[in-house]
Design a protein around this ligand. Structure first.
Ligand code: SF4
Length: 63
């Protein structure tokens, strides 16, 4: 499963980083970046981060 963050929608806060620190990090401007963009299909903590993002900035794509 591929994970992406839309930098135009992300407004920081870092909920995703706190939820899944091995997949998300914050860059120097405080926006989320994906540090591990291929994760196991249906990975629950990543899907929780998708739902928890207040700006719907995180997307997942099944290859
Ligand atoms: S939860 Fe959403 S808005 Fe917050 S840092 Fe992550 S991607 Fe950005």
């Amino acid at each position: 499963m591929r994970v992406t963050v839309d930098p135009g929608r992300c407004d920081g806060y870092g909920n995703c980083v706190m939820t899944v620190p091995d997949v998300f990090d914050l860059d120097d401007e405080g926006r989320a970046v994906v540090v591990e963009d291929e994760v196991e299909p249906g990975r629950a903590d990543v899907l929780r981060a998708v739902v928890a993002c207040p700006y719907t900035a995180i997307s997942t794509h099944e290859d």
